[in-house]
Design a protein around this ligand. Structure first.
Ligand SMILES: [Zn+2]
Length: 189
């Protein structure tokens, strides 16, 4: 059954459409890469703190309701057996507009005239192909690449410049985005 647009959906999204920090929510190939990479790191004595895996973008819920489906997001919601059934028509144009506006404001969506840029629906987090994580260790440790060869890697405060660590990640299909400290993905973006 459809529920009218408005603050209800903002509350709903805050409760049900949360971002995830579970590796299990990643796309299966990337998930395997992340799991084996993280295991190699922790086996070597590093600590790995995963903050975000899959993101649900609030815009998706809004645009899903508007019929402008974004397949990946919709599939994600379906997998979780979440139905987004928004009734935009309140039977009165003024009320319909007010309901939609409640959601725009509640989600903090940037719409014209505040922004004329469409929301970014392309982050690798959306389809479960990116992970934000902080990797720490002391001194130099030996980490196994996927082919089991051992690589000595020294801790550096700036993970973006630690190309040895990046090369170990690459062997597991986990690539560093060098402009975003915690961000690794299947293609480095
Ligand atoms: Zn990220």
């Amino acid at each position: 059954m459809a529920t009218k647009s408005g603050i209800y959906w903002v509350t709903w999204a805050n409760a049900h459409a949360k971002n995830s920090n579970k590796v299990d929510d990643l796309e299966i190939t990337f998930e395997n890469g992340v799991k084996t990479f993280v295991k190699a790191l922790t086996d070597a004595g590093a600590t790995v703190d995963i903050s975000t895996t899959k993101k649900v973008i609030k815009e998706h819920i809004f645009f899903t309701g508007l019929g402008k489906l974004h397949k990946v997001s919709v599939n994600h919601l379906r997998q979780k057996k979440i139905a987004v059934d928004i009734e935009w028509d309140h039977g009165d144009l003024t009320k319909s507009k007010a309901g939609a506006l409640e959601m725009v404001n509640g989600f903090g969506l940037a719409v014209p005239p505040r922004s004329i840029n469409p929301p970014s629906l392309t982050s690798n987090h959306i389809n479960g192909k990116a992970v934000d994580m902080t990797i720490k260790w002391t001194g130099t440790i030996k980490v196994k690449k996927k082919d089991r060869s051992e690589v000595s890697v020294t801790y550096s405060l700036n993970v973006n410049t630690n190309i040895v660590l990046h090369s170990i990640g690459v062997s597991y299909g986990v690539k560093k985005l060098k402009t975003d400290a915690p961000h690794w993905s299947y293609n480095g973006r």
